[in-house]
Design a protein around this ligand. Structure first.
Ligand code: BGC
Length: 766
């Protein structure tokens, strides 16, 4: 009876508050909206210490995504208001069942926020994020994120642990697959796109999910590329390279941030007051909450900055982590830490406020449940077209040399043509999922083999298929059959690469070659003398130096998701033009790593894009290796199409401008260029704007991306492009650690990649 009265009172309160819409728009820092604050404060005033700490606790309920056993008293914890969030509940039935326990069973009826790793799709699967980034098309990514949000929210999942906006300069690190590559400017553009897509116009739209920018921060700088490893990042590099995409996500309204596993200069990121409080809250004004990564709070003991749980909780919570994922350490220790005064009451209230703000903003108090009629098991039909387009835009054509008189790709589909499809990834649906494939099912993935077989039947091509070898196995017993097929064919399509599971978390590699005996298979097939199209499936750039010299056509396909096969077949036969560009440098060998384009110059450069060091006649005392060039195999931004483009008239206006005027945000430079399709097919070019600053108080990178635009051009068509360079593009963290524009010589390229083009010049005066 008493319980029912309590529910009725609470429901009355909820309905009364529901009468005043929260009016939250994700993009306008709406977490600070006054009506929302009022609801938060009114609830906070009724919470006990234990109720408050309960909100800081996050539990995993089903499949586990980390090294931890399942909690067995989950229900009891939920009913007693000791669970603020649940991760890994994936169906509407499950989320509703837990929600009922919280909303109807607990005394304050605070709804649970359900979180999940919806990384590149929920049920409908898009390419892995690294592949999506190769599209250089944030608008496309926004659409894929929105689609994923709609599917996830339909099951009650209103929080995704995405986007991963970690910069990655080391392809040994398996999680490079989950991000947007090595460039902070491009990474920031994608960070904004993901947040906009997930959070939509309004967070309280039931189809929106709150985004989580992760892993804050520096996780991608893991030493040796070994996952979870410690990092050495100077404050300037942190601010110049690793923080900007997080800042962009926060500015776009991201409601949550996840603290990382790594230590930065000895201070673990999940107990780092500088990054979590100084930068995130004080400098950026973040109003959402910080969730720790999986068991990261307890791992502080292993890092060595705490020798018991209590100290781990104290360090992490005081530094700015608001919610603890999976360990229950906050639940067990924060009450006593507050009672003893070691954690100020105000810190606890701020953390709870931040969590409640997000729950109110999502409309969870007003609509805690979801309908159970939309089964999660049906990948929506309309997702197919988007998944196929996303896959097509992600492909990067690395090579397309002439065989006889014409480039090998696109292939012609003349009846009777004999196509030998070879390779362990040609028909492996499971591998097309890549890492973090969520609720997607292998049976929904259309493989290259099945799409090619359909095309072959339609066009009367003669298709054979042989695996040749396994992805990682040592057996070459399938070579003979594969070579036989190749000999009889007019063209060979070779599908090689990594397994989908060899990228992502805890999947670092020390070797960047093709695994198993695939390299030998490749060499044997090429030795038949037949034209070979190599399709590389992988979650990281692979060091394919031999292939780049000996294989006429190479297409980087990443892990393309559910429409892998149709997208590839359309690309091979030219219905779709490859338009992707690399967002990471591809090394020649693992010994070159780290190799990234936006590095600093040395005092002894071997080559310099603006000709510095050319006066040094001695070729010996220069940076690099004695056994190999230090240039990557393929540079950042590289990607061919089925046509060709030229650039002209690159100029900067005005050519002299004052640093002070730009620094005050009062003015910007305009960069103009003309780009022309010089081939005889239509195609999409991604024009890339790079700058270099010289004469500044700290050394600046040899090139930095500061603008880009995808342009679709018919044969012979030209387009006039205009870019703006203002404070955001020209300022940097200077010797005094201020973000400022300094007098400098400015070099500007508008070019097809980071390694070509002739710069225009301007002077930034005092
Ligand atoms: C990963 C996160 C992920 C979390 C929850 C962790 O192991 O590092 O990226 O969001 O698990 O599944």
């Amino acid at each position: 009876m008493q319980r029912n009265t309590a529910i009725a009172v609470a429901l009355g309160w909820m309905l009364a508050s529901a009468a005043q819409p929260v009016g939250f728009a994700a993009q306008d820092a709406g977490l600070g909206a006054p009506q929302l604050q009022a609801r938060v404060e009114s609830l906070l005033a009724r919470m006990t210490l234990e109720d408050k700490v309960g909100q800081l606790n996050q539990l995993s309920v089903d499949s586990l995504t980390g090294p931890e056993r399942k909690v067995d008293n989950g229900d009891e914890l939920i009913r007693s208001g000791r669970v603020g969030s649940i991760i890994n509940a994936v169906t509407a039935r499950e989320t509703n069942a837990y929600q009922r326990k919280a909303v109807e069973g607990s005394s304050l009826h605070i709804p649970i926020l359900f979180g999940l790793d919806v990384i590149h799709g929920f049920r409908t699967l898009f390419p892995i994020p690294l592949g999506l980034s190769a599209s250089w098309d944030p608008a496309l990514v926004e659409q894929t994120a929105r689609f994923a949000a709609e599917e996830a929210s339909g099951q009650g999942v209103r929080w995704t642990f995405s986007p991963m906006v970690d910069m990655a300069r080391d392809p040994r690190w398996g999680r490079i697959a989950e991000g947007a590559g090595e460039d902070p400017y491009l990474g920031s553009a994608f960070a904004r796109a993901y947040v906009r897509g997930y959070q939509g116009e309004r967070l309280d739209d039931p189809t929106s999910v709150v985004a989580c920018a992760k892993h804050f921060v520096g996780y991608g700088a893991a030493e040796g590329g070994r996952d979870y490893n410690t990092t050495e990042i100077s404050e300037r590099t942190l601010r110049d390279v690793y923080l900007p995409p997080f800042h962009a996500a926060v500015d776009a309204g991201a409601g949550t941030v996840m603290s990382a596993f790594n230590a930065i200069d000895g201070v673990p990121a999940s107990a780092n007051p500088f990054t979590l409080t100084q930068v995130l809250r004080r400098e950026w004004g973040f109003l959402g909450f910080v969730d720790s990564d999986w068991t990261a709070v307890r791992e502080l003991m292993l890092h060595g900055i705490a020798d018991d749980e209590r100290t781990a909780a104290l360090r992490s919570f005081s530094a700015g982590v608001d919610m603890d994922m999976q360990t229950g350490i906050f639940l067990r220790n924060i009450p006593e830490l507050v009672r003893s005064g070691q954690v100020p009451q105000g810190r606890l209230d701020d953390a709870v406020r931040a969590i409640l703000r997000v729950k109110f903003a999502l409309g969870l108090f007003d609509r805690p449940y979801v309908g159970e009629s939309r089964a999660p098991g049906t990948a929506a039909g309309r997702g197919e077209a988007l998944a196929r387009r996303a896959a097509e835009e992600s492909f990067v054509l690395l090579e397309n040399r002439k065989v006889r008189d014409a480039p090998l790709l696109p292939l012609s589909a003349s009846p009777g043509r004999r196509v030998a499809l070879i390779g362990p990834l040609a028909d492996s649906a499971g591998d097309m999922l890549g890492c973090w494939s969520g609720q997607a099912q292998a049976r929904d993935m259309v493989t290259l083999r099945s799409a090619l077989a359909e095309r072959a039947a339609r066009e009367r091509l003669r298709l054979t298929f042989a695996m040749g070898t396994d992805v990682a196995g040592a057996s070459d017993s399938g070579f003979a059959r594969a070579i036989e097929d190749a000999r009889k064919a007019d063209v060979v399509v070779l599908a090689l690469g990594e397994s989908g599971r060899s990228t992502g978390e805890a999947s670092s590699r020390s070797d960047l070659g093709l695994p198993g005996c695939q390299e030998r298979l490749l060499e044997a097939v090429v030795a038949t003398g037949k034209p070979v199209v190599l399709i590389v499936f992988s979650g990281r750039p692979l060091a394919i130096a031999w292939a780049s010299e000996h294989v006429p056509a190479i297409l980087m396909a990443w892990f393309p998701g559910m429409q892998a096969g149709p997208a590839l077949v359309r690309t091979l036969f030219g219905e779709s033009q490859p338009s992707g560009r690399l967002t990471v440098s591809v090394p020649r060998s693992v010994g070159q790593v780290p190799v990234y384009y936006n590095h600093l110059n040395t005092g002894r450069p071997r080559v310099d894009p603006i000709g510095l060091g050319a006066d040094k006649s001695d070729p010996y005392f220069v940076t690099g290796y004695i056994d190999q060039t230090s240039e990557p195999l393929y540079p950042f931004g590289h990607g061919l199409t089925y046509t060709s483009f030229s650039y002209s008239q690159v100029r900067v206006n005005p050519e002299r401008v004052s640093a002070r005027v730009i620094g005050e945000g009062g003015s910007s430079l305009t960069v103009e260029a003309d780009v022309r399709n010089t081939g005889n097919r239509e195609g999409t070019e991604t024009a890339q704007l790079y700058i270099r600053l010289r004469g500044t108080s700290v050394a600046r990178p040899v090139r930095e991306l500061k603008g880009f635009e995808r342009v679709h051009l018919a044969p012979g068509e030209s387009r006039h492009l205009e870019f703006k360079l203002g404070r955001e593009e020209l300022a940097f963290w200077n010797a005094g650690m201020s973000f400022a524009v300094e007098p400098a010589s400015l070099y500007v390229w508008v070019a097809p990649d980071c390694s070509t083009g002739t710069p225009a010049r301007a002077e930034i005066l005092p």
